[in-house]
Write a protein that binds this ligand. Structure first.
Ligand code: WTA
Length: 635
């Protein structure tokens, strides 16, 4: 019998050792005993981090939706799979059973097929957090189409870039979306994006806000009438374990977003196994992850991981502040949530509004609290622990990435003793390494360095869509034979890991990864701008906020600076989305540069952090004079 469910610390260590000593035997047992395969593998693992090439369960055949849906029908067909909690608290919640979800996915899959979508085609999904989003994802997987979910807060330009990068044939969207008291014109954004996208032949539109929208004849179709006509039966396409399941875009430090490609078999095993253990999910639990399915957290821990375990997963359409900051607590009470998984930025925003808001709600159903997306600071950790968990529910600080597919470093609740701000121990099968500046691995405890992973795990992304060289260069070239995460970390005296943050030019704002280069590109499009540099600075709710240093062309000098600031942020909103707007914009006559012309972000970062005592030697710069000017005018 495999150790599918870890229950105490000795078991963790024992299973961890086994997973490291005999990884193939270990994963073969987990995969063999807990999942439905049409055909088992010929080979558990082959890998070469130089190429890089990683294959898990090669030769196996399966469909992930048979694992998420079909196999539960006999034993828990009438159990709730998804609880949909709408934006408006007065609109009733929807409970979708496994049977109902199965039928809805089949109907949707049949609509996709009738619209000409075939195995291997890319389908872009640009939807709010409504049940159709989960259904569309599963429907693609059912027929072997590759879904590319784009977070519905991205702008039309960002959407178009992503559609074009993977040549999507179809877009699934809605007339609009609710976001607290606001509505957003999603279909309008899609229409604008599609002016630049020739590959898209069909747009399916779900009705959500009943707004007036324009429908382009021959291209746009209302979803519901098509679903009404479609059969609710359908065979799942038989996929190879290494067939792509989805593409999900993430920001890089340079260039356009990277379409991370996840494949079917390994991703399924890893997302399901981590879900079961990192949240200690047991039958009857009601699990709620507050992320959006537009991010990896939603893919792995709202849709695939929970459903592969036959769990009940909550999907929330709204925001934590609507109608007031008590909404999360109200939802936990209403649905008797047992596992609650959210982000430090949400915790800090809620903490700002006081713990009194919690007191009128009954949170006694909670057993496990989770955190993800960025380092959780000590204050937020304690607030979460004291007020939400009442010091009874362990906090799992889960470190992982879009690229890793699933949780990599985390406590296992009720198993691993927690420690504030520490993600603690590697998950089963994960072999972290900390590297020094010279590229040597730092052995032993009480060391700090760059975080790498030494051995493949089933959930890792296999490539970047259409650009395998970039995949190699970004992740496998910094250190030989290791996957480089882009994060720094330390290992304490007992071997616990603490993630210290990004070591590249990715800045995490409210849990969203933002590359500096695309934001600078957007700013530089402004006719008055000569040059710009973006850095992060600490922000009490967002974790980091963006600080832009901008030099103007001569004609820009005479412009009103506040108007310019507005125009620049507007441009960023249009090109990327409101999440990338700058909190502070400082106009300056120069940016500090090395003699080879590279902008010294390190100096700008220190100034933004108001930490100007340790700027180091600036005399070797090309233009040292501008540093004092920037310090004097810092915001
Ligand atoms: C950061 C989200 C500290 C980290 C699942 C990583 C974290 C990036 C944590 C990936 C955590 C995520 N503690 N930092 N618990 N979780 N990060 O791709 O910098 O959106 O590299 O995946 O978020 O963000 P992504």
């Amino acid at each position: 019998m495999s150790n599918y469910h870890i229950k105490h610390l000795e078991e963790y260590y024992q299973v961890y050792r086994k997973s490291i000593r005999e990884p193939e035997n270990f994963w073969e047992e987990i995969a063999g005993e807990h999942f439905l395969w049409r055909k088992k593998w010929d080979n558990v693992l082959s890998w070469d981090f130089k190429k890089p090439e990683v294959k898990w369960f090669e030769g196996a055949k399966l469909n992930i939706t048979e694992n998420c849906l079909d196999r539960h029908l006999a034993t828990r067909g009438d159990k709730t799979a998804i609880i949909f909690e709408p934006n408006n608290p007065n609109e009733p919640a929807e409970h979708i059973t496994y049977w109902q979800l199965y039928k809805r996915v089949n109907k949707f899959a049949n609509v996709l097929k009738s619209q000409g979508i075939e195995k291997g085609d890319r389908v872009c999904i640009y939807l709010p957090m409504i049940p159709e989003l989960a259904v569309a994802v599963l429907a693609c997987a059912r027929i072997g189409a590759i879904h590319s979910v784009v977070f519905a807060g991205f702008s039309s330009t960002a959407l178009a870039t992503r559609i074009n990068d993977s040549n999507c044939k179809m877009v699934v969207t809605s007339d609009g979306s609710y976001r607290g008291a606001k509505t957003i014109d999603l279909k309008g954004i899609v229409d604008e994006a599609l002016e630049q996208c020739d590959s898209v032949k069909t747009v399916l539109v779900a009705k959500r806000i009943n707004s007036e929208i324009s429908m382009k004849s021959g291209r746009d179709y209302w979803l519901q009438p098509l679903l009404d006509e479609a059969s609710d039966e359908g065979k799942a396409e038989v996929m190879n374990a290494e067939d792509p399941l989805f593409i999900l875009y993430t920001s890089g430090s340079t260039g356009k977003p990277k379409g991370m490609v996840h494949t079917t078999g390994g991703y399924m095993v890893y997302s399901a196994y981590t879900f079961k253990n990192a949240f200690q999910y047991r039958d009857g639990d009601v699990y709620w992850c507050t992320a959006d399915i537009g991010w990896i957290t939603g893919h792995s821990y709202i849709v695939y991981g929970p459903l592969a375990n036959g769990a009940t997963t909550v999907m929330f359409e709204g925001v934590p502040s609507y109608p007031d900051f008590g909404r999360f607590w109200e939802i936990i009470q209403k649905h008797k949530v047992t596992q609650f998984y959210t982000a430090p930025t949400a915790i800090r925003a809620l903490a700002k509004h006081g713990a009194e808001l919690i007191e009128s709600f009954d949170l006694s159903s909670l057993k496990v609290l989770g955190s993800v997306g960025e380092p959780i600071n000590e204050e937020a950790w304690h607030w979460y622990n004291d007020n939400v968990g009442k010091r009874k529910s362990p906090i799992v600080d889960t470190w992982w990435q879009t690229e890793t597919g699933g949780i990599m470093i985390t406590p296992i609740p009720y198993v691993t003793p927690t420690k504030p701000t520490y993600a603690t121990l590697p998950f089963i099968g994960i072999q972290p390494a900390l590297m020094d500046e010279k590229g040597e691995e730092l052995k032993g405890n009480q060391v700090e360095g760059r975080l790498c992973i030494k051995f493949p795990w089933p959930g890792m992304a296999r490539t970047i869509w259409g650009n395998h060289d970039r995949y190699r260069d970004t992740y496998f070239s910094a250190y030989e034979d290791k996957y480089f995460t882009g994060d720094g970390a330390l290992r304490d005296e007992v071997g616990y890991y603490r993630i210290t943050g990004r070591v590249d030019d990715v800045i995490i704002v409210s849990g969203h990864n933002l590359g500096t280069a695309p934001i600078e590109d957007a700013i530089n499009e402004h006719p008055a701008v000569a040059e710009s540099a973006i850095v992060g600075f600490p922000h009490d709710v967002k974790g980091n906020a963006l600080y832009g240093y901008i030099t103007l062309k001569d004609e820009g000098e005479s412009r009103d600076q506040n108007n310019l600031r507005k125009e620049i942020n507007h441009l960023i909103s249009e090109r990327i989305g409101p999440i990338a707007k700058l909190d502070k914009i400082q106009f300056t006559t120069g940016l500090p540069k090395t003699r080879s012309g590279k902008i010294m972000r390190r100096i700008l970062r220190k100034i933004a952090e108001k930490n100007t005592d340790s700027l180091g030697d600036t005399s070797t710069l090309l233009n040292p004079d501008c540093v004092q000017e920037i310090i004097d005018n810092a915001l």
